[in-house]
Write a protein that binds this ligand. Sequence first.
Ligand code: UT7
Length: 332
Amino acid sequence: MKKSRIVGVGHFVPDQVITNEYLSGIMNTNNEWIVERTGIEERRWFTPGKDTVTSMSLAASNLAIKRAGISAKDIDFIVFATITPDYFVPGNGVLLQRELGIQGVPALDVRNACSGFIYALSVADQFIKTGMYKTVLVVGAEIQSSALDKSDEGRSSAVIFADGAGAAILKAVEENQHGILSTHLHADGDFAEELYLKDPGSSREVRLSPEIVDQPSFKMFMNGNTVFKHAVVRFHEVIQEALAANSLDQSAIDLLVPHQANLRISNYIQQKMGLPDEKVFNNIMKLGNTTAATIPIALSEAWEQGKLKEGDLICLAAFGSGFTWASALLNW
Ligand code: UT7
């Protein structure tokens, strides 16, 4: 059986920097609260008319393609994780495929929110392992800022979520080479409404009207406390599951790249696992929480900073809306 290996990573973030000071000017919040509760100092929001999920994912993909030393024509499958596609339908995978000029190549969209990238990675990994595809582009990209409630009511979510895109090229390698060791996926729909965006929903006579647009259901809702409490438990659990599946101890991890949900969540996991600072990658301070994009952006930045060395044991972990949670263990 084949194994899959990440051979190139890339990312793109929009150039509009949104500081905590700026947010303090449009809603009842302040820099101290945001930094203390989330670790975020600034984040990027898209510029309407300039950035799209497609344009950002194209920039991230082109960088990953270049760094992988391949051409777009080598890609034989696209798995695109986003909950904020440019169109309601079709999904964003086909829009990216068109821009890459690789018409005919299959494109699959994954809608698993903050766990989306690891779910997408897992899908790509299975297709490579079975020999169906050899080179797969896996993307996580989001424009969250247009779905945020930027009034005082929505402040706990509005200060967290942000926009950006990341991409990874997976290639089939022989089983004895470095690559993905395992992926672990979970979901619990009992908590679907703890972090959700209800509208425009399909199960009503009219999907969208001026009345619906004014409803809270048209903006992202998050029960922050509940999400936080489940996140810290599930993150740890799914990391331990990945280690146990590979008979590895947590001391073997060279770099933990957690979904950038909240710096306090990452710090909590780090403490619980007794990992030193240099073994946990965080960039939420500058980029906020970009949902499915956080992990591929983090991988791309970690690679740029020389923190991903050949053979290193890398652990990815995520938790979010659904609830869904997931992990992946790989040798870089
Ligand atoms: O990525 C997907 C998964 N998402 C997550 O993992 C996020 C998980 N949750 C969280 O990160 C945190 O729950 C939040 C950052 C969203 C909220 O932090 P918290 O420490 O749980 O605060 P809280 O919601 O319990 O609110 C504490 C206080 C409240 O005031 P009172 O009732 O104590 O007077 C809030 O109204 O802080 C207030 N508050 C704010 N104050 C200033 C909430 N948001 C803000 C704000 N600025 N932006």
